[in-house]
Design a protein around this ligand. Structure first.
Ligand code: F6R
Length: 613
């Protein structure tokens, strides 16, 4: 979760950047830096490890006069936290300084393509961007064109701001894919760029949000927007209202929509610093035992409530697959009253966004009394669950205001994936090739979740057609079964439609009696080992005139014409598919709720944190 701030105008840039960085420090603070554009032309670059206060001490009284610059606060993904890996990064000739947030997925390939002559001074993916842009500049490309051409060679989801040395006062911002947003602040004779709206608000309320694939050419006197093909764009500059809630919601109508759309960033943040690419491995703090402790474990029990419980059901697959430990999932409210058999060889993993859910806490107390080691997966720093557990893996998803959970489900699944991989390494059961393959696949998740959000227009159309039905079924098998349950839960709580989630194999044992033309089914039919079984379940529904909305794998056209609606997911590793397959179902529930005029952020009868039994 890196933070970006940039300024160009008539005022001294240094203090504005340092203030902005203080505002962004919550996003990450393992290192930070600023670059200023000096008349000369020349770039002044200063970088430090540790918190922003260290950067302020370093530059105090020594900041050169400059009216344009970029600043960055970092939370390491590629390359350890160190001064050499801190941003801004430059090319060897210092033609350009770059700050960056997100992951350049093909950075190794790009590094190799730059040839032996390219001399790198950091271990980051960001530096590759600086080299690529500098090469275009050296060949005479205009700065905007240089960034655009360089980005054409990259894959991944990220945002950046580039500051060319030879044109003090000019900044180029770009957003690639959905992770890592950029907001452009429009002032009088000055402009700012930031990763968060909040960092701009002390300066201006007039802002424009870059969409994936857009670039901004920013100078004190104005901003030019272009798309990835270089075509000129007209972008609306929005006036942000002063109400605190409106400010937090940004440009979204509802917190739910905001949080749903924050998922690429949230997933990136939960992976950051934990999934390392070189060599691919997981490094997880918060695991309260070493190899010996892990090898003493005999089983794992996962507990939670509601959506967090469904994340546990996915986590169980990961624990069994990667750590080869027997794993069970228990509803925390049932677990505590069942007198479960527990001992110090049973690891209890709890999942709770709030860390304050009464039943989950009670289950954790039960486990503590039995001497079980405990890990909690939690989004709220300092919450009660983090005080009961021996170790915490934080979701880092930021506040989830909407009552219905979205980003905390996808990040919980990613956190459980990380825990299982880490545990597998400790127990010695995880093949190194599988760890490497899963780490690479996980680093692609933010981009894949972003692509899944692009299905919104299609899903909104489906929502319009299906909003008046009174009953829905959701079916899935294997890893898709808990997501079918989640699809049903989201629809129930947001739109008050009766919905049931089932493992598809169970359908013939009762639920199929419900099916006729008035009961649509959302069927998750991905190209995995149970695809053929799902396909026959779909045929059975069709034979009873039940409308089917199928969620299928990228490129799979085999159900076209056999079902009413087909939603094609972006490509994703099968083991990580729940993080992506749930997105269209979240969108469906949201849009059906809108169609029905429901209160999406505060559905009736619900509370965000259930602190009573
Ligand atoms: C559903 C939802 C709830 C929560 C549940 C547990 O959208 O948000 O089902 O998942 O109340 O809450 P936490 O995770 O705070 O323990």
């Amino acid at each position: 979760m890196c933070g970006i701030i940039a300024y160009t105008g008539a005022r001294p840039a240094g203090p504005i950047l340092l203030d902005g960085l203080r505002h962004l420090e919550y996003r990450g603070y393992d290192s930070s830096g600023i670059a200023l554009a000096l008349e000369g032309p020349e770039l002044y670059v200063e970088r430090v490890t540790g918190k922003i206060a260290g950067l302020v001490r370093r530059v105090e009284g020594r900041l050169p006069e400059a009216t344009a610059g970029v600043g960055h606060t970092r939370w390491a993904t590629h390359g350890e936290p160190s001064e050499r890996n801190a941003h801004p990064l430059t090319d060897p000739e210092r033609r350009v300084a770059i700050v960056h947030n997100g992951i350049v997925e093909n950075h190794e390939e790009l590094r190799a393509s730059l040839g032996d002559g390219a001399c790198f001074s950091s271990d980051t993916d960001t530096e590759v961007l600086a080299h690529l842009v500098a090469r275009e500049l050296a060949q005479g490309a205009d700065a905007l064109e240089a960034v655009r051409l360089a980005l054409g060679r990259t894959s991944g989801a990220f945002s950046l701001v580039a500051m060319p040395r030879d044109e003090p006062g000019r900044l180029i911002a770009a957003r690639v894919g959905h992770a890592g947003g950029v907001v452009v602040g429009h002032g009088e004779g000055e402009h700012l760029l930031a990763s968060d709206l909040g960092a701009l608000l002390p300066h201006t309320r007039r802002v424009a949000f870059l969409e994936p694939g857009e670039l901004a050419d920013v100078r004190p006197e104005g901003v030019r927007y272009v798309d990835a093909g270089g075509a000129e764009l007209t972008k609306a500059v929005e006036e942000q209202s002063v109400g605190a809630v409106a400010l937090v919601k940004g440009r979204h109508r509802h917190f739910l929509a905001k949080e749903l759309h924050e998922q690429p960033d949230a997933v990136l943040d939960v992976l950051r610093g934990r999934y390392l690419s070189d060599p691919p491995r997981v490094e997880l703090a918060g695991i309260p035992f070493d190899e010996e402790g892990a090898r003493a474990l005999r089983r794992v029990v996962l507990v939670g409530m509601g959506t967090s419980l469904l994340a546990c059901s996915v986590g169980r697959h990961y624990i069994e697959r990667f750590a080869r430990l027997p794993a069970e999932v228990d509803n925390a409210s049932e677990f505590r009253y069942r007198r479960p058999v527990l001992d110090p060889q049973t690891l209890v993993i709890s999942v709770s966004q709030s860390g304050e859910t009464a039943d989950t806490l009670a289950a954790m107390e039960e486990a503590r009394a039995a001497g079980c080691p405990q890990i909690t997966v939690c989004n709220t720093p300092g919450a009660q669950a983090t005080r009961v557990a021996d170790g915490t893996v934080y979701l880092r998803a930021g506040p989830e205001i909407s009552v219905a959970s979205t980003k905390c489900l996808t990040t919980s699944i990613a956190a459980l994936h990380a825990i299982a991989l880490h545990l597998g390494r400790l127990t010695g059961q995880l093949e190194p090739e599988l760890e490497a393959q899963q780490v690479r696949a996980a680093l692609h998740l933010p981009a894949a979740v972003g692509e899944a959000l692009e299905l919104e227009a299609q899903v909104a159309g489906i929502a319009e057609r299906y909003a008046r039905y009174q009953n829905f079924l959701f079916l899935g098998r294997g890893l898709s079964y808990p997501m079918a349950m989640e699809g049903a839960l989201k629809l129930k709580e947001l739109s008050y439609i009766h919905a049931e989630g089932y493992p598809a194999g169970e359908m013939k044992h009762g639920p199929i009696a419900l099916v006729d033309e008035s009961v649509p089914t959302v069927a998750i039919a991905l190209r995995d080992e149970v695809f053929e079984k799902m396909r026959s379940n779909i045929e059975q529904l069709r034979a009873r005139r039940g409308p089917v909305i199928a969620i299928v794998s990228a490129g799979d056209r085999s159900l076209d014409g056999h079902v009413e609606e087909c939603i094609e997911l972006p490509a994703v590793d099968p083991l990580l598919s729940p993080v992506v397959s749930v997105v269209p179902m979240q969108l469906l529930a949201y849009h059906i709720a809108l169609e029905r005029g429901a209160d999406v952020d505060q559905p009736r009868n619900l509370a965000k944190t259930v602190t009573v039994e």
